[in-house]
Design a protein around this ligand. Structure first.
Ligand code: ZN
Length: 475
């Protein structure tokens, strides 16, 4: 029997507001514990929450970018549970009337576009953080994070594989960053993913029992954990064993998911409307204003890059995955760079250098005009394509202009036929055996002779002239 996986994702994205969702405390990470707290976010008796309008705006903006319906009236609810990092004993979230409903995200996997529908996007507060100290038997609570605005994006169970889940998460991350509502930093936990996974025989309508994997914060973990969980459940189903509804955690060291607790149903949380907060009424004029502030999104931008710049799909997808990368590309082309050549440099040399140092393109010392100037030196024959790569690495390190580096290091390409000819003659006379074999038809030795000339000229000889001369001399 063939089985298929049914996966729904819940993505938590921290919103880039200056202050927390219900108080004026600054949202700041890496500070001393409990230095960004007040009576509201520490859950003191008698305090009242005041809603941060920016947080609502950011959720609506995301909803519009993801084709959702924006609710004209929505409401906050209390989600009751007990945990030391939740001082009120309940989390303020949304239940019956979320800010956004419906919507969809298109993902591309294996050359096919697939639509994943969304159930909802709602707004809630984050909890604090428990710190377990290994050196003693103590645990401490840091409430700096308590009250940070979070948006939860919930998909329908339309996803069928780990690759689709990862593509969905990547697309959401690109949109969230593009519209400026979140930084999408998964390492720091400002974007994290829970996955509800079940399996069923192919063709069966009814859903299987699901397990939830919590708090995955890297694309690699998402893929591995979901892959593992699908295999685990299929094996249980094949062996005729029962799959339990539970919450599981991914153990990255051991490469397995492990049971954490039996899964709560929503009734376990005793949701009820929060009496401290009035319902949110969203005026159409406000929605229109937010809509007009949304920049070009990654999907339409990718389509435009393919048609305007005649780029292959893969180039366009990579260049438009980050707004700053797309801007850098367009600026370079505007200054005269050939689109495909610029794309090759950005996806090749530049991406490699940035990845090595884990840097963003904004921090790069090479500016669009710098690459255009380098490309012009190649076009004019001043330097070879190969030398250009070392010049580029130098530009990256020092921020100097290409022409300055070429000058300082004496990298100008040798295109003087007479000069190259004397070097070629010299090498042929030193390698009589190879010369005979080449003349006898061993074409592979071409590489040997070109290599020798390049070595003698420190890579500066014009390769086209070198090739021509060697053929002429040895035919
Ligand atoms: Zn506070």
């Amino acid at each position: 029997m063939q089985y298929e996986a049914v996966i729904g994702l819940e993505i938590h994205a921290q919103l880039l507001t200056n202050t927390k969702i219900f108080c004026g405390c600054e949202v700041k990470f890496g500070s001393e514990p409990n230095t960004h707290t007040c009576p509201v976010c520490t859950g003191m008796p008698g305090v009242l929450p005041v809603l941060n309008k920016k947080a609502v705006e950011y959720v609506i903006k995301t909803g519009l970018a993801l084709n959702c319906n924006i609710s004209s009236v929505s409401r906050f609810a209390r989600k009751n549970y007990f945990y030391p990092d939740l001082p009120k004993g309940y989390q303020i979230s949304q239940f019956e009337l979320p800010l956004c409903e419906g919507g969809h995200v298109d993902i591309d996997v294996d050359g096919e576009t697939k639509r994943v529908t969304l159930n909802r996007i709602h707004l809630e507060e984050d909890a604090g953080k428990n710190i377990h100290e290994n050196s003693s038997d103590r645990s401490s609570v840091d409430l700096n994070r308590a009250g940070t605005p979070l948006m939860e994006i919930v998909s329908e169970p339309d996803i069928r594989s780990a690759a689709e889940a990862s593509a969905f998460m990547r697309k959401l991350r690109a949109v969230v960053r593009c519209i400026g509502v979140g930084d999408g930093n998964m390492e720091q936990g400002s974007l994290r993913c829970d996955a509800n996974i079940s399996v069923r025989p192919v063709g069966q309508e009814e859903l299987g029992v699901k397990a939830e994997i919590k708090n995955m914060n890297s694309f690699r973990f998402i893929e591995k954990a979901i892959d593992y969980e699908i295999k685990r459940q299929i094996k249980l189903a094949r062996d005729g064993e029962r799959i339990i509804q539970e919450t599981r955690l991914w153990d990255a060291d051991r490469g397995v998911t492990e049971s954490m607790r039996s899964k709560e149903g929503s009734h376990d949380y005793r949701y009820f409307p929060d009496p401290d907060l009035v319902p949110i009424e969203v005026a159409n004029s406000w929605i229109d204003g937010i809509r007009s502030s949304i920049p070009e999104l990654p999907d339409p931008m990718r389509v435009r890059f393919i048609s305007d710049y005649k780029l292959p799909e893969e180039d366009a997808a990579l260049l438009t995955s980050e707004r700053s990368t797309a801007d850098w590309f367009e600026e370079t082309v505007k200054l005269g760079g050939d689109p495909k050549t610029v794309s090759n440099w950005m996806m090749g040399e530049l991406a490699k250098l940035l990845n090595d140092e884990n840097k963003d393109i904004d921090e790069c010392l090479i500016k669009p005009g710098g690459l255009v100037a380098l490309l012009a030196l190649i076009d004019k024959g001043t330097i070879s394509g190969k030398i250009a790569k070392t010049v580029f690495a130098d530009m990256y390190k020092t921020g100097k202009d290409a022409s300055v580096i070429v000058e300082e290091k004496g990298l100008v390409q040798i295109s003087d036929t007479g000069e190259i000819e004397s070097i070629v003659d010299d090498i042929i006379s030193k390698s009589p055996n190879e010369a005979e074999r080449f003349k006898g038809g061993d074409q592979k030795l071409m590489g040997f002779f070109v290599g020798q000339v390049m070595k003698a000229t420190k890579g500066k000889a014009n390769p086209k002239i070198v090739n021509e001369l060697i053929r002429k001399k040895l035919s």
